[in-house]
Structures are given as structure tokens and as C-alpha cells.
Design a protein around this ligand. Structure first.
Ligand SMILES: Cc1cc2nc3c(=O)[nH]c(=O)nc-3n(C[C@H](O)[C@H](O)[C@H](O)COP(=O)(O)OP(=O)(O)OC[C@H]3O[C@@H](n4cnc5c(N)ncnc54)[C@H](O)[C@@H]3O)c2cc1C
Length: 426
């Protein structure tokens, strides 16, 4: 393939990059999509659930052709102590709103759609640097190849080398990063359906709070695929290193929790992966644009993990579309300067499906409260125990029981402050 004559280079064929490349290619732009993995998705890790709306916006009715594992019928949150658990479950009336997927299949399929629309994909090619001239990005450098383009869209994920090279971000701080780990455990489809109370094609998404993270900021997740279950953990990188805890040992603890052990009984672990997650939100970059370049997806902090929903892929797709639309506007005037491309930031802020990212910007700070992962999940389990345990001994009033549990661990004032903080944040 000749590497001359491309108008736009999109770096990274994750959801953000493929969405951007597809949107540009559909309008006849000569676009090069560069992926360092042997194929799109080959190295990409996530929990497992994608909100459908973004894919619908990108592909119209064709979104249903995506490699969908199961549509999410059930949502759950489970508070855990080492030996007990208390869960709440919600069943939606509209499972088409979100689905589970396997990234090696999903990312490849999405990049295929971009290629079908006319984008040129090269895999196994790492972009090492940017061509920068007179303070403006004018192309990419991959190995020996210097590829001049009018504009670059950096969709190179959390560690985004390109935004750093363009001076849009300093080194990432451990405080603003989480570590994600995931097992894929194979189980027959009918076993999954029986254990989780699902019909064929239906899935469940669960989060776990409390003992799986040993009091560290973060939580566990479980998603059902067709014939496998994704079980994982997301924990604050700084907390793990300051408490000198080995993250894999937390994973081991979660696998061995009685509730999880039962759900995954006789399953075969076929995969273990780990990946970083940006938690600083869009404030991670000074701006998501500079002269000649836009940044989208994880690379720009376009992700919202508020503890009960995890939105990364939908936001990455939406940001990729908006980045491409901004480039299409700039192309009309042939003006890719920073002052022209700053419209991108305004468009991101105005986009309803991304506005949660700005609305919930206090969430990361609120979620740094360690009581949310230690004493409070224990309290919830203790309350359940106080309600349900009948063993012939006389029962204390529930409030008295809970006050007993909190003694020396959290004052009433702190509890009220945390509650009000949560109400303000969410
Ligand atoms: C454990 C875990 C669980 C998660 N669970 C969920 C979930 O359930 N739902 C959800 O929506 N989100 C989830 N996320 C977040 C989600 O994975 C990301 O938000 C999403 O993948 C972001 O897409 P992206 O295209 O911006 O980046 P990525 O998916 O990271 O894609 C970046 C691409 O760029 C390529 N690349 C990087 N550098 C270069 C380079 N220099 N040259 C060429 N190519 C390069 C990479 O190989 C990769 O293909 C989870 C993340 C983790 C880690």
C-alpha cells in the first residue's frame, strides 16, 4: 500500500479510531487507520458490556450485525463481606439497550466496517511519533515511514503517547489511573442461563463492592457472554501500590469468594488480561486538540466509571464520530489550525451522550473515599444479616445493631456527610 496521499491518519483501531475512520471514509476522505496489534482488538481488554446507542448512531440499523454475545436483561450490584453477600437486581424491559461483546471480535468487526466504507487499515504498525512543523501536527511516523497528512486523530488509548508528544498531557499520575484485570471463564450456554436465570440470548451485568478489593478503591464485575463469563476487578493504581498489595492476589480472593465460586463452578479459565483505565475524565488533557490533531476516546479521558455503570466504548465511539465531524468541517475551509479545531471541545461538551462525563466530574473524587469499599459494604451485609437471621436468640433493633457495627469505625456525622456527598455527586 502506498502511504502517500492520505488526508487524515487515525491512530489506533479501537472503538474510537474505527468510528472516526468510518465516519470520515463515508464522506470520501482518504483516511489511513493504523493499529499496532496484529489485528484490531487483538490486545484490547475490557469488562464486557457496550451501550448500543453509540453504535446505532454510527451504523444505523446495521449495528445489529455486530458480534453480540448477549443482550443485557439483568443488572446487579452485590455488597460483599468475605463470607456473605447482599445483592440488588434490576431487570430491564429493553435488553437491546446494551450487550456483551468480546473485543477481539468486536473491534475487528468495527474496523472491517471502516474498511468497507473506504478507510485503509494497516495492522502490526506502531506509530512512534508525530511530524510536527511550526507547532502544528502534519503527519505520523511509524518505524521508517514518515506519512504526511492534513490532520491526525489520536485514538491510541489510555497511555496515549501521541497526546504526550503533542504536549497535551504530562505523564499520567497513579492517582488518576485504575488497573483492570479480567478472567474469561468458559461455561456451557445452558449452564450460564440456568445459574443466572436467563433465557437464551439474554445476559447479566453485575458489579461487586466490598471484600473483593480489600477496602481499596474499586470493585469487581461479572458479565455473561454466550459461552463464557468475564470476571474482573478494577482497582486504583495508587492505592494498590501504597498499600503494597498485589493486584493478582485480590483477583484470587474474588475468584474464591463463596458466591463467585458457586457461579463459576466447573468453569475453565481460558484467558487472563490486565489493562490501565483513565479515571481523570476529560480533564486528563489540557485540551483534546492542537493544530493538526484531535484526541478521542480513552486517550482523552472520554470514559465514565461511576461505580454502577462503566461507560468507555460508547463514549469512545461517540467521541470518534465527533472528532471526524470536526475534521469534515475543517476540511471545507482547509483550515486545520488549533483555532479551527477548538470547535471539537465545544462539540464534545454539547453532545448529550457525553455530557454525563462533565456532569459527573466530581465522581472520581467522591469515589476516592475508602469507606465506600470497606465499612459501608460491611454495614449493608450486617443490616441484611440483622434482618434475615433468625436463630432463636433475641434480636436487637436493626438501627441498634448497625450502630454497634459502626462503633469506632465511622461516626454518625461522617456517615451523614458521606451520604450528602453522594447525593450531591450523583
Ligand atoms: C478491565 C476493563 C474493563 C472495562 N469494562 C468496560 C465495559 O464493560 N464497558 C465499556 O464500555 N468500557 C469498559 N472499559 C473501558 C473500555 O475498554 C475503553 O474505554 C475503550 O476501549 C476505549 O476505546 P478507545 O478506542 O479509546 O481505546 P482502546 O480500546 O484502548 O484502543 C486503542 C487502540 O490503539 C492501539 N494503539 C495504541 N497505541 C498505538 C500506537 N502507537 N500505534 C498504533 N496503534 C496504537 C491499541 O492497540 C488499541 O487497538 C473497560 C476497561 C478495562 C481495562
Amino acid at each position: 500500500m502506498s502511504l502517500e496521499g492520505f488526508e487524515v491518519a487515525v491512530v489506533g483501531a479501537g472503538p474510537a479510531g474505527s468510528a472516526a475512520a468510518l465516519t470520515l471514509a463515508k464522506q470520501g476522505v482518504q483516511v489511513l487507520l493504523v493499529e499496532r496489534g496484529s489485528f484490531p482488538g487483538s490486545k484490547n481488554v475490557f469488562g464486557g458490556r457496550i451501550y448500543s446507542y453509540a453504535l446505532k448512531r454510527l451504523l444505523g440499523e446495521h449495528w445489529k450485525e455486530a458480534p453480540i454475545e448477549r443482550f443485557i436483561r439483568k443488572e446487579g450490584i452485590t455488597f460483599m463481606k468475605p463470607d456473605s453477600a447482599f445483592g440488588i437486581e434490576y431487570e430491564t424491559t429493553d435488553p437491546s439497550l446494551s450487550f456483551t461483546a468480546i473485543r477481539a471480535k468486536f473491534d475487528k468487526w468495527l474496523a472491517d466496517q471502516a474498511e468497507k466504507a473506504g478507510a485503509s487499515l494497516i495492522s502490526d504498525a506502531r506509530v512512534d511519533d508525530l511530524i510536527i512543523d511550526s507547532g502544528r501536527v502534519r503527519g505520523i511516523i511509524a518505524g521508517q515511514d514518515k506519512i504526511p497528512t492534513d490532520a491526525v486523530i489520536a485514538c491510541d488509548g489510555t497511555t496515549t503517547g501521541l497526546a504526550r508528544k503533542a504536549g497535551l498531557v504530562e505523564m499520567l499520575e497513579p492517582r488518576t489511573i485504575s488497573m483492570g484485570m479480567k478472567d474469561v471463564v468458559e461455561l456451557p450456554a445452558d449452564t450460564i442461563e440456568e445459574r443466572f436465570g436467563l433465557e437464551p440470548g439474554e445476559g447479566t451485568a453485575n458489579v461487586f463492592v466490598g471484600s473483593p478489593t480489600d477496602g481499596i478503591r474499586g470493585g469487581g464485575f461479572l458479565y455473561t457472554n454466550k459461552e463464557s463469563v468475564a470476571l474482573g476487578l478494577v482497582v486504583g493504581a495508587e492505592d494498590v501500590s501504597s498499600r503494597k498489595i498485589s493486584a493478582p492476589s485480590l483477583m484470587e480472593k474474588m475468584r474464591n469468594h463463596p458466591k463467585i465460586r458457586r457461579l463459576l463452578k466447573n468453569g475453565k479459565t481460558v484467558e487472563y488480561d490486565a489493562h490501565m483505565i483513565p479515571e481523570a475524565g476529560p480533564g486528563m488533557l489540557t485540551h483534546p486538540y492542537t493544530g493538526g490533531m484531535l484526541v478521542a476516546g480513552d486517550a482523552a479521558g472520554h470514559l465514565l466509571n461511576n461505580g454502577y455503570t462503566f461507560r468507555g466504548v460508547d463514549m469512545a465511539i461517540t467521541a470518534g464520530i465527533i472528532a471526524a465531524e470536526t475534521i469534515l468541517e475543517a476540511r471545507k475551509e482547509k483550515d486545520y489550525s488549533a483555532s479551527s479545531l477548538q470547535a471539537y471541545e465545544t462539540r464534545l461538551r454539547r453532545e448529550p451522550s457525553l455530557s454525563d462525563m462533565y456532569r459527573f466530574k466530581r465522581v472520581p473524587k467522591y469515589l476516592r473515599n475508602s469507606r465506600l469499599y470497606g465499612v459501608y459494604p460491611e454495614l449493608v451485609c450486617a443490616a441484611a444479616e440483622a434482618v434475615y437471621r433468625v436463630d432463636g436468640t433475641s434480636k436487637k433493633k436493626i438501627f441498634k445493631e448497625l450502630r454497634g457495627q459502626t462503633k469506632g469505625r465511622v461516626s454518625t456525622l461522617t456517615l451523614i456527610r458521606d451520604l450528602l456527598g453522594g447525593m450531591r455527586t450523583f
